[in-house]
Design a protein around this ligand. Sequence first.
Ligand SMILES: Nc1ncnc2c1ncn2[C@@H]1O[C@H](COP(=O)(O)OP(=O)(O)OP(=O)(O)O)[C@@H](O)[C@H]1O
Length: 278
Amino acid sequence: MNAIEVRGLRKTYRGHDAVRGIDLSVARGEVFALLGPNGAGKTTTVEILEGHRPRSGGEAQVLGEDPGTAGRVWRSRIGVVLQDADDAADLTVTEMVRHVAGFYPDPRPAAEVIDLVGLTEKSTSKIRALSGGQRRRVDVALGIVGRPELLFLDEPTTGFDPAARRQFWDLIRALATDGTTILLTTHYLEEAEALADRLAVLSEGVIVAEGTPATLGGRSAAGAKVSWRDGGVQHTEQVADPTELLRKLIAADTDLTTLTITRPTLEDTYLALIGDHR
Ligand SMILES: Nc1ncnc2c1ncn2[C@@H]1O[C@H](COP(=O)(O)OP(=O)(O)OP(=O)(O)O)[C@@H](O)[C@H]1O
């Protein structure tokens, strides 16, 4: 059974169709990323699946239950990092993590979780004294303290410095290796590429593309752009496979000192997909 199974999911806010009939399957142990511009419906979708918002239509199964009606035992099996977490600012990091750990049957030790998110040095600091990125790390700690089978991460690394982001990626990979299923939303395409087994692009409440980071939107079939400068003239050719062209250039004794071969990045593909659907 899949960790998440969604058919025809819809959400309407006072006449505005925010999610317009999406289908989504996330296998157990998979890291799945939802991409899409501001207002595309990512948070709405994730919060419905977390059981935090009612849906207007469609079917949803999360860990085998309907998130709209599932109870406490189900809730203890999922971990949530909300986009706008409202931290209890007067507690210290350790107090907060211990407090939330108390809601779960088999929590990770607070010190271990704090270490995993790189906040050991701040463990006795009050949350209100932390920087934005450090608070976000507390949010991540609270999401994983209950050893969730399924972890929802809504823009988890907003405000992280580059080193903290890399450390977070290592943490997510370690959780995934341990079998945790992860549904992630992010605006960082390199984050999706680094972490996701599969991803989907949402635009105006519908999924406009789905695939692996390598194949999304026909990326792997998009071919390569081969450029070189020879005798003061710049050449650029778009080819499906550069092998033949390179053979020809070498046979013709072409100066290939400046040769570059580029393929569309995930960001190029994403922007093309979004552009096509706006
Ligand atoms: N509580 C609400 N009441 C009314 N409209 C809402 C509410 N929450 C979201 N919306 C609207 O629904 C649409 C989708 O919003 P949502 O927050 O799901 O987008 P998102 O893809 O998560 O965007 P972002 O990348 O900015 O976080 C937007 O047009 C938003 O204005």
